[in-house]
Design a binder for this molecule. Structure first.
Ligand SMILES: Nc1ncnc2c1ncn2[C@@H]1O[C@H](COP(=O)(O)OP(=O)(O)OP(=O)(O)O)[C@@H](O)[C@H]1O
Length: 248
């Protein structure tokens, strides 16, 4: 079953000079359950716009978004999806536990249940000892773990990520890749993410969608058949990275 299906998606934005800017044209995409899909392509080719359309944050001008085969235009259960941004966007006045629990508060989950679920998620992302720390007391990697925990606390079936690790040091980024793969497998999540980093795409994704710019169209869909975990230094990963670079 496709968790997300896009059919002939098109989107234009009005530019400041009043001209229409066609950003996406005729995008079809199938995202099977439990898959990890990377959206890659030149800057400005519409990757984030496409992710925002999947998230329901932007409405397409043409085409349909189907979630579990149901058109999402009229109905969307927000709990099925979580969105992780490029910046961690933690509230500085809230502790790690309070930041992580935000989504549960928004859904009106009672306090006792919230505490328990936050505790479990903090354990999942390795922050159980930092529940009461404030964001400024956390390292970059820990902040990223907290942001991931905040996304996971509602137990989403689909995790959307827009370049969530691009600001991290390479070694921390690689730890976060391991975490995402571990948690996605454990929880049976589907992950769709945008990246500029071809190596990140090859290490994480089983399907890579290459977008062609102006307007954004699907140039190619590549399958990465390498077993997990994938070592970025291995010749197999390096070869897939080389081939992906050629198709960008
Ligand atoms: N709300 C908006 N209003 C007007 N133009 C927009 C809007 N959102 C995006 N755009 C334009 O649409 C185009 C695609 O933007 P988008 O952010 O989706 O691309 P991207 O591939 O994610 O880029 P990058 O890799 O640089 O983040 C860009 O030219 C951008 O300026």
């Amino acid at each position: 079953m496709s968790v997300v299906r896009l059919e002939s998606i098109g989107k234009s934005f009005m530019r400041r000079d009043g001209e229409q800017l066609e950003v996406l044209r005729n995008i079809d995409l199938e995202v099977p359950e439990r898959s990890i899909v990377a959206l890659v392509g030149a800057s400005g080719c519409g990757k984030s716009t496409l992710l925002n359309i999947i998230a329901g944050l932007v409405q397409p001008d043409q085409g349909k978004v189907l979630l579990n085969d149901v058109p999402s235009r009229d109905f969307r259960d927000w709990r099925t999806m979580a969105y992780m941004f490029q910046e961690d966007r933690l509230f500085p006045w809230r502790t790690t536990a309070q930041n992580v629990g935000l989504g549960l508060e928004a859904f009106g989950v009672p306090r006792a249940e919230r505490r328990e679920r936050v505790r479990k998620v903090l354990e999942l992302v390795g922050l159980e000892k930092f529940a009461d720390a404030f964001p400024h007391e956390l390292s970059g990697g820990m902040r990223s773990r907290a942001a991931l925990g905040r996304s996971l606390v509602t137990a989403p079936a689909i995790l959307l990520m827009d370049e969530p690790f691009s600001k991290l040091d390479p070694s921390i980024r690689s730890q976060m890749h391991d975490e995402v793969l571990r948690i996605a497998a454990l929880k049976g999540m589907t992950v769709i993410f945008v990246t500029h980093d071809v190596e990140e795409a090859v290490v994480l994704a089983d399907k890579i969608v290459v977008l062609h710019p102006r307007p954004g169209r699907v140039r190619e869909t590549r399958t990465v058949a390498l077993p997990y975990p994938r070592n970025p230094l291995s010749p197999e990963v390096a070869e897939d990275v080389r081939l992906l670079r050629l198709s960008l």
